[in-house]
Design a binder for this molecule. Structure first.
Ligand SMILES: [Fe+2]
Length: 212
C-alpha cells in the first residue's frame, strides 16, 4: 500500500484453482458505497452469516461460531471454520438432502485487497475470489470470480450469479452503515470478540504494511 516501488509491492498471490478445468467460472462486479477495508472485513467475517444471511445459507437457530485458528502467510492470513448452514434451496436441493448441515468453510485474505471464500458443500466445492478495488474513500467495486465444481454447464450460470448477488445485496446495507467508513488503524477503537480473529489479523497486517 502507498507509493512504494514496484519491486517492493506485494506480489500477486498464488490462486491455484484458477487453472482447474473441473471448475466452472463466472465473474462480475459489485458496487459498494463504502471504503474497501469494510468490504474486506465483511468478506472475512464468519459470525454475521446466521444474522445477515439467515435462510440463504446462515442458520439463525445455530448462530454459534466454532473455535478456529488463524493461519498466517507472508501477505495475508486465513481460517477454516465448520459453519452451521441452513438447508439448501432452489436447484441446490436436487443435490443434497433438505436438511441443515455443518459446512467446512475457509476464508482468507491477501493484502492489499483480495479475499477468498472456499465452501465445501455436501455436493461440491464453491469458491469466490474477490478483488475489492477502491475507487475513492467511499466507493469500492468488488471484482469477483465464482468457481463451482457442480452444475458445471452454462445453463446454471444464471442461478449461480443470482446466488452471489443475493449474498452481496444482503451484506450491502450492513457494510455501508459501518462508521467510520475507513476501518480504524488502532485496534482499540472498536470492540472485537473471539470470532473476529481473522479481521483483527487483517487490521494488524494492514497497519504493519501501511507503515513500511
Ligand atoms: Fe456476508
Amino acid at each position: 500500500m502507498g507509493d512504494v516501488l514496484e519491486t517492493e509491492r506485494s506480489p500477486i498471490p498464488e490462486l491455484p484453482n484458477f487453472d482447474d478445468v473441473k471448475l466452472k467460472s463466472l465473474h462480475g462486479d459489485f458496487l459498494w458505497h463504502t471504503h474497501y477495508s469494510r468490504v474486506m472485513e465483511n468478506a472475512l467475517d464468519f459470525a454475521h452469516a446466521p444474522f445477515v444471511h439467515a435462510g440463504s445459507f446462515g442458520d439463525k437457530d445455530r448462530p454459534q461460531i466454532a473455535e478456529f485458528t488463524v493461519e498466517n502467510h507472508p501477505t495475508g492470513a486465513g481460517a477454516t471454520v465448520m459453519v452451521n448452514a441452513s438447508a439448501p434451496k432452489g436447484i441446490w436441493s436436487f443435490l443434497a438432502s433438505k436438511k441443515p448441515s455443518v459446512i467446512k468453510t475457509r476464508t482468507a485474505f491477501f493484502l492489499p485487497n483480495i479475499t477468498v471464500l472456499e465452501v465445501n458443500l455436501v455436493f461440491g466445492r464453491l469458491l469466490i475470489y474477490s478483488a475489492h478495488v477502491p475507487i475513492d474513500d467511499q466507493t469500492t467495486v468488488s471484482k469477483w470470480i465464482n468457481l463451482r465444481s457442480f452444475f458445471t454447464g452454462n445453463w446454471a450460470d444464471a442461478d449461480a450469479r443470482k446466488r452471489v448477488l443475493k449474498v452481496f445485496n444482503q451484506d450491502k446495507p450492513i457494510v455501508e452503515s459501518q462508521h467510520p467508513k475507513i476501518v480504524p488503524y488502532d485496534l482499540n477503537e472498536e470492540l472485537h470478540v473471539q470470532s473476529d480473529a481473522l479481521q483483527v489479523e487483517y487490521r494488524k497486517m494492514r497497519r504493519q504494511f501501511f507503515k513500511n
